[in-house]
Design a protein around this ligand. Structure first.
Ligand code: SAM
Length: 217
């Protein structure tokens, strides 16, 4: 079966069937060629219902969990998004299809380099990737954005990274897997003035968020 057909099957059988309805998310998943973001020897599995190793002990997440997290961000086309954990760059591309600007931080330089090269080749002009500890936030790097409309953390956090909450705009949404090393709860925080609303969306399992405001190893 051609990759395009596999992509449509993925959207129908894994994403829509589990209740994702945001057309912008579905369109982005129909468009972005997930098989380009996995190692060549795993391409035949790129559209299957599971995460896939991408090297350095990291994974590209299962398509459904990515779709759910992005839907929960409730993105508008004018939004500035911060992503922690670029990984393969697949989710970064989906976000870039839906938002104005995507700033993405990856702590492993080789993954960041690969993702940047591929996303450049695919002509994305609204993505900025830096190698750093994402738990500390975007900092003074170009483009100079002090507050993000949406923040997505793609690795399991043992605590809420306060630095990232500080960089969330008013009415901004942050989605993160929050919990222990082996299982987490998908959690959405919404900033409302000085208050933070907190909602939970079920269990998930992610690789650890390693950094100053994450796990120490
Ligand atoms: N969504 C990604 C994709 O589409 O390929 C997969 C992300 S993978 C599950 C999690 C990534 O978070 C890994 O690449 C890991 O190196 C990165 N990571 C973990 N802790 C980090 C931190 N403090 N700052 C930046 N990246 C981090």
């Amino acid at each position: 079966m051609r990759f395009e057909e596999q992509r449509e099957l993925m959207v129908q059988e894994q994403i829509i069937s589990r209740g994702i309805t945001d057309e912008k998310v579905l369109d982005a998943m129909r468009k972005v060629e997930r098989h380009l973001f996995v190692p060549e020897h795993s391409r035949y599995n790129a559209y299957q219902d599971f995460p896939i190793p991408i090297g350095e002990g990291q994974t590209i997440s299962q398509p459904y969990i990515i779709a759910l997290m992005i839907e929960l961000l409730e993105l508008k086309s004018s939004d500035k998004v911060l992503e922690i954990g670029t990984g393969s760059g697949y989710q970064t591309a989906l976000l870039a299809e839906m938002a104005d600007t995507v700033c993405s931080i990856e702590r492993i330089a080789s993954l960041a380099r690969k993702a940047r090269d591929l996303l450049n080749k695919l002509n994305y002009e609204n993505i900025y990737i830096k190698v750093s500890d994402g738990t500390k936030g975007w900092g003074n790097t170009y483009p100079s954005i002090k507050e993000f409309d949406a923040i997505i953390i793609s690795a399991g956090a043992p605590k809420i990274p306060e630095k990232l909450v500080e960089q969330l705009a008013n009415n901004g949404r942050m989605i993160l897997p929050y919990g222990n090393r082996f299982s987490q709860i998908l959690t959405r925080l919404t900033k409302r003035g000085n208050d933070i609303d907190r909602e939970e969306f079920g269990g998930c399992i992610f690789v650890p968020l390693i950094g100053k405001y994450g796990w120490t190893y």
